[in-house]
Write a protein that binds this ligand. Structure first.
Ligand code: FES
Length: 145
């Protein structure tokens, strides 16, 4: 942790009161056991006109460095929660596009998956679901992708 997409908390006593809008995902031990947890959120439901039921934000344990992405792949709507983690990327189970955890980018396809900020405070994992942390890159690559 520590980059802009995954900020490090500044004190040990931060809570949802000091982080309004953030969601408590789970305890660190719960996420370690589960490996991935999908958080449902009204802003991340599947599009009503689509055939997919995949939505939410998936939080990955990622070897103790929790990261979060939109669960629905930007390519063909498969669930990244069912993907494989490899060398700092999540590999989609649909067509094996590999999205970097840091910025959500898949260099081979010039497409970008939304990523969300995650912090660990007092052994609890917190997620900011309100806006992608990689909005600038997301806007650029998805407009031209
Ligand atoms: S659905 Fe994810 S790479 Fe195709």
């Amino acid at each position: 942790m520590g980059d802009s997409s995954n900020p490090t908390p500044t004190s040990d006593d931060e809570t949802s009161e000091s982080r309004p809008g953030w969601l408590n995902v789970a305890s660190v031990s719960e996420l370690r056991r589960a490996r991935t947890i999908v958080i449902d959120h009204p802003d991340h439901e599947p599009p009503p006109e689509s055939d997919t039921e995949v939505g939410g934000i998936v939080v990955f344990w990622n070897g103790g460095d929790p990261r979060a992405m939109a669960n629905r792949c930007v390519h063909k709507d498969r669930a990244l929660a069912r993907g494989t983690i490899f060398q700092g990327k999540v590999v989609c189970p649909g067509h094996q596009w590999a999205f970097r955890f840091d910025d959500g980018h898949c260099a081979e396809r010039e497409r970008t998956q939304p990523v969300y900020a995650v912090v660990v405070v007092d052994d609890e994992v917190w997620l900011d679901p309100r806006a992608p942390a990689n909005l600038e890159l997301l806007t650029t690559t998805e407009r031209h992708g």
